[in-house]
Design a protein around this ligand. Structure first.
Ligand code: NVA
Length: 378
């Protein structure tokens, strides 16, 4: 067993230690103010809630275990969370929710910035206790790495004041897109809210997706918490369900980002990338025209890849167009079947959480351009 070192500043430096999620006990949570927005009207999940069928859990776990084995075979240390029985109510002084969710996607909850791992507030009520599945690992890292900083963002209250209750009732996709473009989301600015998967780490700069799960107050909290970082607010008007940035805007290596062609970063917000010689390319089209049954995410999990180093990437095995694009960009591409795991919380990037990548905190954006910073450039 290698010595525990917590350290990761981005998604592309050489990966040495990672958490891979587990599907056990995962539930489809009941409707709540924040998740009504997530479930499309024509989804097979509308109105359904409760534990997921056991055979689907087993299939998802097989694919998660295979991913863990592949990583271990390449010398990467893999840890796994400790699932809790997610089919229990969440009861706080402020709200009750009839079940929790799961611990397949550590990326949603844990934000690793350098030597710190921060548990995000989480803006869904069903995800209030999800960090507990990672608690045994955090305790262990705390004991094994004397420089590890174990952090927790302010626990949110998630009263009805945190949401525009009923906001998405009977709303068309067109209207959703109008509201997304106008930065008008189901979460309000009542309290700081963010999910870790809305935060894209690129060295000294943190790009946060302003959307259904992350608000401006959450970004302001991140800026105060990481005073040596520059926190940027980005948004993607073409996404009717802007939740988590990693099927929308995905860095591949220093200087190269792929952007979902249906959810382009607005021109004004691209300027900082161009000013620092970064290239933004369109991601390849997904190979599938629908997600698997009972899946929350879109077909764009095709671009939710896990980068092992500047030349090696894991992508979903059936995503032939994405595999081809990565190959043409010069990567060694490792195809891994993962669609059975998708319904449990996302793709290969979602299902993993960085503990250690080699490398330091680099400044990839020395030329700061006004327009994205949560605090104006001085
Ligand atoms: N909201 C995203 C999921 C990100 C992993 C999508 O469904 O495209």
């Amino acid at each position: 067993m290698t010595k525990t070192v917590v350290n990761s500043w981005n998604d592309f430096d050489p990966l040495r230690h990672v958490i891979v999620g587990r599907a056990d006990f995962t539930c489809i949570p009941p409707t709540e103010p924040a998740t009504e927005a997530k479930i499309p009207e024509d989804s097979d999940m509308r109105g359904m809630w409760g534990p997921r069928p056991l055979d689907t859990v087993e299939k998802a776990n097989q694919q998660l275990d295979a991913l863990a084995s592949l990583l271990e075979d390449r010398g990467i240390r893999v840890d796994r969370p400790t699932p809790i029985q997610w089919n229990q109510a969440v009861i706080t002084p402020d709200f009750t929710n009839r079940s929790m969710f799961g611990c397949m996607p550590p990326r949603d909850v844990l934000l690793t910035v350098g030597k710190e791992i921060l548990s995000a507030p989480m803006s869904f009520r069903c995800r209030f206790w999800e960090y507990l599945a990672y608690h045994p690992l955090m305790q262990r890292y705390f004991d094994e790495d004397p420089a590890f900083r174990w952090e927790q963002a302010p626990r949110p209250r998630l009263t009805n004041a945190s949401y525009q209750v009923g906001y998405f009732d009977e709303i068309t996709i067109e209207e959703r897109l109008n509201r997304t473009a106008a930065l008008d989301f189901v979460t309000t600015e009542e309290e700081p809210l963010f999910d870790a998967a809305d935060v894209l780490r690129i060295g000294r700069d943190l790009f946060c997706q302003h959307g259904l799960t992350t608000n401006r107050r959450g970004m302001e909290w991140l800026q105060r918490h990481y005073p040596d970082h520059r926190v940027h607010a980005v948004n993607f008007p073409g996404d009717p369900y802007p939740i988590h940035i990693d099927a929308t805007f995905v860095p591949l290596r220093p200087g190269l980002i792929m952007n979902n062609p249906n959810r382009r970063l607005p021109e004004e917000q691209r300027k900082i990338f161009f000013a620092n010689d970064w290239e933004i390319i369109d991601a390849a089209q997904p190979a599938h025209d629908a997600p698997p049954p009972l899946c929350y995410s879109s077909v764009w999990l095709s671009m939710n890849v896990l980068i092992l180093d500047h030349k090696t990437v894991i992508a979903e095995a059936s995503e032939v167009h994405q595999l081809e694009q990565l190959d043409q960009l010069g990567f060694e591409v490792l195809p891994v079947p993962f669609r059975d795991a998708y319904p449990f919380g996302g793709g290969l990037h979602c299902a993993t959480g960085d503990i250690f990548r080699e490398g330091r905190c680099e400044d990839y954006f020395p030329v700061q351009v006004p327009g994205t910073r949560i605090r104006p450039v001085s």
